[in-house]
Write a protein that binds this ligand. Structure first.
Ligand code: ZN
Length: 242
Protein backbone atom coordinates (compact mmCIF):
# COMPACT_ATOMS: atom_id res chain seq x y z
CA UNK A 1 0.00 0.00 0.00
CA UNK A 2 1.23 3.44 -0.92
CA UNK A 3 -0.42 6.26 1.01
CA UNK A 4 -0.24 9.89 -0.14
CA UNK A 5 -0.60 12.23 2.85
CA UNK A 6 -0.92 15.99 3.07
CA UNK A 7 -2.18 18.67 5.46
CA UNK A 8 -3.07 22.35 5.84
CA UNK A 9 -4.34 23.16 2.36
CA UNK A 10 -5.81 26.46 3.60
CA UNK A 11 -7.91 27.24 0.52
CA UNK A 12 -4.84 27.48 -1.72
CA UNK A 13 -6.12 25.94 -4.95
CA UNK A 14 -2.91 26.25 -6.97
CA UNK A 15 -0.89 24.45 -4.28
CA UNK A 16 -3.53 21.72 -3.82
CA UNK A 17 -3.78 21.05 -7.54
CA UNK A 18 0.01 20.67 -7.80
CA UNK A 19 0.13 18.28 -4.82
CA UNK A 20 -2.73 16.10 -6.08
CA UNK A 21 -1.02 15.87 -9.46
CA UNK A 22 2.26 14.86 -7.81
CA UNK A 23 0.59 12.17 -5.67
CA UNK A 24 -1.22 10.80 -8.72
CA UNK A 25 2.06 10.67 -10.64
CA UNK A 26 3.61 8.89 -7.63
CA UNK A 27 0.82 6.27 -7.90
CA UNK A 28 -0.48 6.67 -4.37
CA UNK A 29 -3.21 4.09 -3.68
CA UNK A 30 -5.04 6.13 -1.04
CA UNK A 31 -4.85 9.80 -0.07
CA UNK A 32 -5.25 11.09 3.49
CA UNK A 33 -5.62 14.72 4.62
CA UNK A 34 -4.74 15.90 8.15
CA UNK A 35 -7.10 18.89 8.15
CA UNK A 36 -7.27 22.66 7.71
CA UNK A 37 -8.73 22.49 4.24
CA UNK A 38 -9.77 26.15 4.54
CA UNK A 39 -8.61 29.47 6.02
CA UNK A 40 -6.06 32.11 4.86
CA UNK A 41 -6.38 31.83 1.04
CA UNK A 42 -9.15 32.55 -1.42
CA UNK A 43 -10.68 29.30 -2.68
CA UNK A 44 -12.34 27.35 0.13
CA UNK A 45 -15.17 25.75 -1.88
CA UNK A 46 -13.06 24.17 -4.66
CA UNK A 47 -10.46 23.00 -2.14
CA UNK A 48 -13.02 21.26 0.09
CA UNK A 49 -14.62 19.61 -2.94
CA UNK A 50 -11.31 18.42 -4.38
CA UNK A 51 -9.97 17.09 -1.05
CA UNK A 52 -13.19 15.20 -0.34
CA UNK A 53 -13.26 13.73 -3.83
CA UNK A 54 -9.61 12.67 -3.75
CA UNK A 55 -9.16 11.39 -0.19
CA UNK A 56 -9.99 8.14 1.55
CA UNK A 57 -9.97 9.97 4.89
CA UNK A 58 -10.00 13.62 5.99
CA UNK A 59 -9.86 14.88 9.58
CA UNK A 60 -10.94 18.27 10.93
CA UNK A 61 -8.53 21.13 11.53
CA UNK A 62 -9.20 24.11 13.79
CA UNK A 63 -9.88 26.33 10.75
CA UNK A 64 -12.38 23.83 9.34
CA UNK A 65 -14.34 23.64 12.56
CA UNK A 66 -14.10 27.40 13.17
CA UNK A 67 -15.44 28.19 9.68
CA UNK A 68 -18.24 25.71 10.36
CA UNK A 69 -19.11 27.43 13.66
CA UNK A 70 -17.91 24.50 15.73
CA UNK A 71 -14.74 25.94 17.29
CA UNK A 72 -14.43 29.36 19.00
CA UNK A 73 -13.18 32.12 16.72
CA UNK A 74 -11.66 33.93 19.74
CA UNK A 75 -8.95 31.27 19.64
CA UNK A 76 -7.43 32.98 16.56
CA UNK A 77 -5.34 36.15 16.27
CA UNK A 78 -6.95 39.08 14.43
CA UNK A 79 -5.82 38.36 10.86
CA UNK A 80 -6.59 34.65 11.11
CA UNK A 81 -9.99 35.43 12.62
CA UNK A 82 -10.72 37.74 9.67
CA UNK A 83 -9.88 34.86 7.32
CA UNK A 84 -12.13 32.48 9.30
CA UNK A 85 -14.97 34.99 9.09
CA UNK A 86 -14.46 35.57 5.34
CA UNK A 87 -14.30 31.80 4.75
CA UNK A 88 -17.50 31.14 6.70
CA UNK A 89 -19.30 33.69 4.49
CA UNK A 90 -18.06 32.04 1.27
CA UNK A 91 -19.03 28.48 2.15
CA UNK A 92 -22.25 26.95 0.90
CA UNK A 93 -24.38 25.57 3.76
CA UNK A 94 -23.75 22.00 2.59
CA UNK A 95 -19.98 22.59 2.65
CA UNK A 96 -20.18 24.02 6.18
CA UNK A 97 -22.09 20.94 7.27
CA UNK A 98 -19.52 18.71 5.66
CA UNK A 99 -16.68 20.49 7.52
CA UNK A 100 -18.59 20.30 10.80
CA UNK A 101 -19.03 16.54 10.28
CA UNK A 102 -15.32 15.81 9.77
CA UNK A 103 -13.94 13.47 12.44
CA UNK A 104 -11.01 14.55 14.64
CA UNK A 105 -8.97 11.38 14.15
CA UNK A 106 -8.94 8.43 11.80
CA UNK A 107 -6.91 5.26 11.52
CA UNK A 108 -6.75 1.94 9.74
CA UNK A 109 -4.39 -0.97 10.44
CA UNK A 110 -1.32 0.84 9.04
CA UNK A 111 -1.61 4.55 9.74
CA UNK A 112 -3.40 7.14 11.89
CA UNK A 113 -4.10 10.83 11.22
CA UNK A 114 -5.10 13.83 13.35
CA UNK A 115 -4.68 17.59 12.93
CA UNK A 116 -2.96 18.54 16.19
CA UNK A 117 -2.50 15.54 18.48
CA UNK A 118 -4.34 12.29 19.30
CA UNK A 119 -4.65 13.29 22.95
CA UNK A 120 -7.53 15.79 23.25
CA UNK A 121 -7.72 16.26 19.47
CA UNK A 122 -10.59 18.72 19.93
CA UNK A 123 -8.18 21.11 21.69
CA UNK A 124 -5.88 21.34 18.64
CA UNK A 125 -2.67 21.30 20.69
CA UNK A 126 0.58 22.14 18.91
CA UNK A 127 3.28 19.52 19.03
CA UNK A 128 6.82 20.94 18.96
CA UNK A 129 9.03 19.45 21.68
CA UNK A 130 10.78 16.09 22.01
CA UNK A 131 8.92 15.46 25.28
CA UNK A 132 5.57 16.01 23.58
CA UNK A 133 6.65 13.76 20.72
CA UNK A 134 7.80 11.00 23.10
CA UNK A 135 4.43 11.01 24.86
CA UNK A 136 2.62 11.06 21.54
CA UNK A 137 4.61 8.19 20.02
CA UNK A 138 3.56 6.09 23.02
CA UNK A 139 -0.11 6.98 22.73
CA UNK A 140 -0.76 7.08 18.97
CA UNK A 141 -2.95 4.19 17.79
CA UNK A 142 -0.57 2.84 15.11
CA UNK A 143 3.25 2.69 14.81
CA UNK A 144 3.06 5.34 12.05
CA UNK A 145 0.97 8.49 12.49
CA UNK A 146 0.67 11.81 10.67
CA UNK A 147 -0.37 15.20 12.04
CA UNK A 148 -0.30 18.78 10.71
CA UNK A 149 -1.13 22.13 12.36
CA UNK A 150 2.41 23.59 12.77
CA UNK A 151 3.05 23.84 9.00
CA UNK A 152 6.60 22.58 9.61
CA UNK A 153 7.37 19.13 8.19
CA UNK A 154 9.42 16.90 10.49
CA UNK A 155 9.63 13.27 11.60
CA UNK A 156 9.94 12.07 15.20
CA UNK A 157 11.17 8.50 15.53
CA UNK A 158 11.17 6.26 18.59
CA UNK A 159 13.85 3.61 18.18
CA UNK A 160 13.15 -0.01 19.23
CA UNK A 161 15.38 0.78 22.25
CA UNK A 162 13.04 3.61 23.24
CA UNK A 163 15.01 6.79 22.49
CA UNK A 164 13.33 9.57 20.49
CA UNK A 165 15.05 11.26 17.55
CA UNK A 166 14.28 14.03 15.13
CA UNK A 167 14.72 13.16 11.45
CA UNK A 168 14.90 15.66 8.62
CA UNK A 169 15.85 13.32 5.76
CA UNK A 170 13.54 13.60 2.74
CA UNK A 171 13.48 9.80 2.40
CA UNK A 172 13.45 7.53 5.47
CA UNK A 173 13.97 3.79 5.34
CA UNK A 174 12.01 2.62 8.35
CA UNK A 175 13.57 0.54 11.11
CA UNK A 176 11.62 -2.59 12.17
CA UNK A 177 10.12 -2.10 15.62
CA UNK A 178 10.47 1.70 15.54
CA UNK A 179 7.53 4.13 15.77
CA UNK A 180 7.15 7.26 13.65
CA UNK A 181 5.24 10.51 14.09
CA UNK A 182 5.30 12.61 10.94
CA UNK A 183 4.29 16.24 10.79
CA UNK A 184 3.14 16.54 7.18
CA UNK A 185 3.89 20.28 6.96
CA UNK A 186 1.57 22.35 4.77
CA UNK A 187 0.27 22.32 1.22
CA UNK A 188 -1.07 25.85 1.12
CA UNK A 189 0.99 27.84 3.60
CA UNK A 190 4.42 26.31 4.39
CA UNK A 191 6.26 27.88 7.36
CA UNK A 192 9.69 26.26 7.18
CA UNK A 193 11.26 28.81 4.81
CA UNK A 194 10.60 26.58 1.80
CA UNK A 195 7.70 28.05 -0.19
CA UNK A 196 7.00 24.82 -2.07
CA UNK A 197 3.94 22.77 -1.07
CA UNK A 198 4.65 19.71 1.11
CA UNK A 199 3.26 16.19 0.82
CA UNK A 200 4.31 12.67 1.84
CA UNK A 201 4.35 9.12 0.61
CA UNK A 202 4.18 6.21 3.04
CA UNK A 203 4.95 2.92 1.30
CA UNK A 204 4.04 0.05 3.63
CA UNK A 205 5.61 -2.66 1.42
CA UNK A 206 8.95 -0.85 1.11
CA UNK A 207 8.70 0.51 4.67
CA UNK A 208 9.63 3.95 3.45
CA UNK A 209 8.53 7.50 4.30
CA UNK A 210 9.26 10.17 1.69
CA UNK A 211 8.65 13.91 1.71
CA UNK A 212 8.02 15.66 -1.61
CA UNK A 213 8.17 19.44 -2.06
CA UNK A 214 6.13 20.67 -4.98
CA UNK A 215 6.51 24.02 -6.76
CA UNK A 216 3.26 25.73 -7.70
CA UNK A 217 1.95 29.03 -9.13
CA UNK A 218 2.50 31.15 -6.00
CA UNK A 219 1.85 34.48 -7.77
CA UNK A 220 -1.58 33.31 -8.93
CA UNK A 221 -2.57 32.27 -5.37
CA UNK A 222 -1.27 35.59 -3.99
CA UNK A 223 -3.25 37.56 -6.55
CA UNK A 224 -6.50 35.81 -5.58
CA UNK A 225 -5.91 36.44 -1.85
CA UNK A 226 -5.37 40.18 -2.44
CA UNK A 227 -8.29 40.42 -4.87
CA UNK A 228 -10.60 38.79 -2.30
CA UNK A 229 -9.71 41.47 0.27
CA UNK A 230 -8.21 38.93 2.68
CA UNK A 231 -5.37 40.20 4.95
CA UNK A 232 -2.34 40.83 2.69
CA UNK A 233 0.00 39.02 5.09
CA UNK A 234 -1.44 35.70 3.93
CA UNK A 235 -0.39 36.50 0.34
CA UNK A 236 3.01 37.98 1.25
CA UNK A 237 4.19 35.04 3.35
CA UNK A 238 3.56 32.48 0.58
CA UNK A 239 6.62 33.78 -1.29
CA UNK A 240 8.83 33.30 1.80
CA UNK A 241 7.39 30.01 2.91
CA UNK A 242 7.32 31.34 6.47
ZN1 ZN B 1 -3.09 25.18 9.50
Amino acid sequence: MRYGIFSDVHSNWEALEAVLETLRAERADALLCCGDLVGYAAEPEPCVAAVRAACRAVVAGNHDWAAAGQFPREWFHDAARAAVQWTAEQLAPATRECLAALPLTWHDESVAIAHGTFREPEQFHYLFTMDQAAEHLEAQPTPVAFVGHTHVPVVFMRTPEGSVRLLHDPVIRMTPGARYLVNAGSVGQPRDWDPRAACWLYDTARQELACRRVPYAIAAAQHKIRAAGLPAVFADRLARGA
